[in-house]
Design a protein around this ligand. Structure first.
Ligand code: AMP
Length: 612
C-alpha cells in the first residue's frame, strides 16, 4: 500500500493529516492525489460519501494554493450548508500548518455581510453552496477571475436539488483556463452533461462500482403489518442499545411525529426537517454529532449532506419511491471504512420496492425477524451488566460515601445485591416486553387482520379508495379535506379524488401506488382530540355503504396488538431505559424543549391547535 509520504504532498500537509489521525490514504486518495499533483488536469471522481473524497481533492488543492497571496484561487461548490461547513473544517485542518491560510464558507441562512467581510480579508479557498454563491456574484462581492481550480462536490445531489442553472452561472463566471474536478456518487445524464460542457479530457477515478451501495453496508428488511411499524422501530432500537442511527421518513409531518413519539417514549431522539429554522437544525445536528441524540428522524431533503461518521443504523421507516434515494440514505452509514446496517421496515406490499432497490444496488437484502420481547430483554440485560462491569469509577469522589453504603447493604449477599441492582433498571423493561406480541408478518404476506391493512380483502394490489372517520361533523368539505389530507400526507391536494364527505366519515381515492404512503401518514393522527381511523374501502362507488361496514368491523381488533405495544409505553421514558439510562437529563421532553427555541414552541402549538 502507498503511504501519504509517497504521494508527493507537501510536508506541512502530511504533518497536518497525521495529527488528524490519517495514517494511510484511502483508495480514492491513492488514485487521485498522485495524478492531480503531477499534471494539472480536469478530473471526474465517482465516489460515495465516506470514501475520503474530501481529502482526495482537498489535499492537492491545499498543495497548490499560494497562501502568501490573498486572492481566491480555489472554489468548491457543494449542495448543502452541512457539507459546506464540513468541507471548510476539513480543508482548514489540512492547511493548518500554512501561515495566513483562510478557508471561507459561503452558505445561505447566515449573514451575508459577515461572509463578505471574511472574503474581503482574503480567502484563498472558498467553499460555497450554489444559491448563496450566485447571490454573491450578483452583488458583485466576489472576484473569481484568478480561480485556478473549481471543485464540484456531490454533483448529482446538486442537480437533484435543482441547482443546474446556478451551477451553469457560477461556472461561466470562472476563467476558461482552470481545472475542474467533479465528484459524484452517480453519473446521470445531467452530470455527464456538465462534465462534457465544462471539462476537457478529464482523468476518471472510480471507487467501488458506480451506483452501488458501499460494500460494508448490510441491507436488511423486517416485514411487519403497516400498523406495527412504530412498534417495530422501537424494537429495533431496544435490541441495539448502542444504536446511533438515522430514521428516514417520507414527510415533514411524519418525521416530526415519529420523533415526538420516540421522545415521549424516552428515547434520545429528535427530528430534522424543512420546517425547522436554520438555528434549530444546527442545534439538532450539534446534539446528534456529539451523540446526545441517538436517533435522528429526518426527511431526505433535510438529511442531504449529513456528514457524521459512525452512524450504525440507517432505518427506512418508509422506503423511498426512487431506488436512487435509498442509495443516498444507506450511504449515511458505513463511512470511513466502518461497517453499518441499512434497515427497511416494510409491509407486505412494499416488497416490490425492495426488489427494485436490490436491482439498483446489485445487492440482496436479508430478510430478518424482529426479536421477541424475551430476546430484547436478554440483550438489554447483557448490555446493562457490561455497562456496570466497565463503568468508570471515580475513586476519590466515591470514597467518602462508601462506609455509609456498606453499612446499608451489609445484610445482602453478593448474589442478592447483583439481583437487586439489575432489577432496579431491568424490571421496567421486563414489564414492557412481558407480553409483547410477535411483530413479524407472515411470509406469504397474510395480514392477521386484513381490515386494518390499506389493501383490500383478498386483493393482491393496494386499492386507492379509502374510508376515513372525518366528515361534515368535523367541518370538512371537499376543499378543507383536500387541504388537510395533503398536509398530513405530503401529497398534492389534487392527488385526492372522488372525495365523498358524509356526516361523520368520508371516502376518497388516491392513486393505488400512493395508498400505502397515505395509509401510513394518517397513523397516530388526531383531529379534535379524536384518533383518526383510516381504512381501505374496496367499494367502487362513492355512495357505497360498504366502507361503513368495514369501519364498524375493524374498530377494536385492528389496533389491539399495536396499542398494547405502544400504550404500555405510557410512563414516559420508563420502559426505554436502554437509552434513558445513559443520560436521563438529556432524554425525553427535556432534551427537546431545552433544545428548541420559542418559535419552535409556537410552531408546535399551532400544529397542535390545528390537530386537536
Ligand atoms: P469523506 O468521504 O471525505 O466525507 O470522508 C469520510 C471520513 O473519512 C471523514 O471523517 C474523513 O476525515 C475521514 N478520512 C478521510 N481520509 C482518511 C484517511 N486517509 N484516513 C482516515 N480517515 C480518513
Amino acid at each position: 500500500m502507498t503511504n501519504f509520504e509517497e504521494l508527493g504532498l507537501d510536508k506541512r500537509i502530511i504533518e497536518a493529516i497525521k495529527s488528524m489521525g490519517f495514517e494511510n490514504p484511502t483508495p480514492i486518495q491513492q488514485q487521485a492525489i498522485p495524478q492531480l499533483l503531477t499534471e494539472k488536469r480536469d478530473l471526474v471522481g465517482l465516489a460515495q460519501t465516506g470514501t475520503g473524497k474530501t481529502a482526495a481533492f482537498g489535499l492537492p488543492l491545499v498543495h497548490f494554493t499560494d497562501f502568501s497571496k490573498k486572492h481566491t484561487q480555489a472554489l468548491i461548490i457543494c449542495p448543502t450548508r452541512e457539507l459546506c461547513l464540513q468541507i471548510t473544517r476539513d480543508i482548514t485542518n489540512f492547511s493548518s500548518n500554512y501561515d495566513n491560510a483562510n478557508v471561507v464558507a459561503i452558505y445561505g441562512g447566515a449573514s451575508i455581510e459577515t461572509q463578505i467581510r471574511e472574503i474581503n480579508r482574503g480567502a484563498q479557498i472558498i467553499v460555497a453552496t450554489p444559491g448563496r454563491m450566485v447571490d454573491m456574484i450578483d452583488r458583485g462581492r466576489i472576484k473569481l477571475n484568478a480561480v485556478t481550480t473549481v471543485v464540484l462536490d456531490e454533483a448529482d445531489e446538486m442537480l437533484n436539488m435543482g441547482f443546474k442553472e446556478d451551477l451553469d452561472s457560477i461556472l461561466s463566471e470562472t476563467p476558461e483556463e482552470k481545472n475542474t474536478w467533479l465528484f459524484s456518487a452517480t453519473m446521470p445524464n445531467e452530470v455527464a452533461r456538465i462534465a462534457k460542457n465544462y471539462m476537457s479530457n478529464p482523468i476518471e477515478v472510480t471507487v467501488g462500482k458506480q451506483n452501488q451501495g458501499a460494500e460494508n453496508i448490510e441491507h436488511k428488511y423486517y416485514m411487519v403489518h403497516a400498523r406495527d411499524k412504530y412498534a417495530a422501530l422501537k424494537r429495533i432500537a431496544d435490541f441495539n442499545p448502542d444504536i446511533f442511527g438515522i430514521v428516514f421518513c417520507r414527510t415533514r409531518m411524519e418525521t416530526q411525529e415519529i420523533a415526538e413519539h420516540l421522545i415521549k417514549d424516552g428515547y434520545n431522539a429528535d427530528s430534522l426537517h424543512g420546517d425547522l429554522s436554520q438555528q434549530q437544525r444546527d442545534n439538532v445536528m450539534k446534539r446528534y454529532r456529539n451523540r446526545t441524540l441517538q436517533m435522528l428522524v429526518a426527511t431526505d431533503v433535510a438529511a442531504r449532506g449529513i456528514d457524521v461518521d459512525s452512524v450504525t443504523h440507517v432505518i427506512n421507516y418508509n422506503l423511498p419511491d426512487d431506488p436512487e434515494v435509498y442509495t443516498h440514505r444507506s450511504g449515511r452509514t458505513a463511512r470511513a471504512g466502518k461497517s453499518g446496517v441499512s434497515i427497511a421496515i416494510v409491509n407486505m406490499k412494499e416488497i416490490g420496492k425492495i426488489r427494485d432497490i436490490e436491482r439498483k444496488i446489485g445487492k440482496q437484502f436479508v430478510k430478518d425477524k424482529l426479536p421477541t420481547g424475551v430476546q430484547v430483554c436478554e440483550k438489554q440485560l447483557i448490555n446493562l451488566v457490561n455497562k456496570i462491569h466497565d463503568a468508570e469509577v471515580n475513586e476519590t469522589e466515591i470514597e467518602k460515601f462508601l462506609p455509609q453504603v456498606h453499612e446499608m447493604l451489609k445484610d445482602l449477599t453478593k448474589e442478592e445485591l447483583i439481583k437487586r441492582m439489575l432489577s432496579e433498571e431491568f424490571n421496567r423493561f421486563l414489564d414492557y416486553y412481558r407480553n409483547a406480541p410477535d411483530l413479524n408478518a407472515d411470509d406469504r404476506g397474510r395480514d392477521r387482520d386484513r381490515n386494518t391493512s390499506p389493501m383490500g380483502q383478498g386483493n393482491t394490489e393496494p386499492s386507492g379508495r379509502f374510508f376515513i372517520n372525518l366528515g361534515e361533523m368535523d367541518g370538512m368539505d371537499q376543499d378543507t379535506f383536500r387541504a388537510y389530507a395533503a398536509e398530513v400526507s405530503g401529497l398534492n391536494p389534487f392527488d385526492f379524488k372522488r372525495i365523498n364527505i358524509k356526516g361523520s366519515f368520508s371516502f376518497f381515492d388516491v392513486d393505488p401506488k400512493q395508498a400505502i404512503a397515505v395509509y401510513d401518514s394518517f397513523q397516530f393522527k388526531k383531529f379534535n382530540g379524536r384518533k383518526i381511523r383510516i381504512d381501505h374501502s374496496d367499494s367502487k362507488g362513492p355512495s357505497s355503504g360498504g366502507g361503513g361496514g368495514q369501519y364498524g368491523g375493524k374498530s377494536d381488533g385492528g389496533f389491539g396488538g399495536r396499542s398494547r405495544e405502544r400504550s404500555s409505553g405510557g410512563g414516559g421514558g420508563k420502559e426505554s431505559w436502554g437509552f434513558k439510562g445513559k443520560s436521563s437529563g438529556e432524554s425525553g421532553g427535556g432534551a427537546r424543549s431545552g433544545g428548541r427555541s420559542s418559535s419552535d414552541g409556537e410552531k408546535k402549538r399551532e400544529f397542535k391547535r390545528r390537530r386537536n
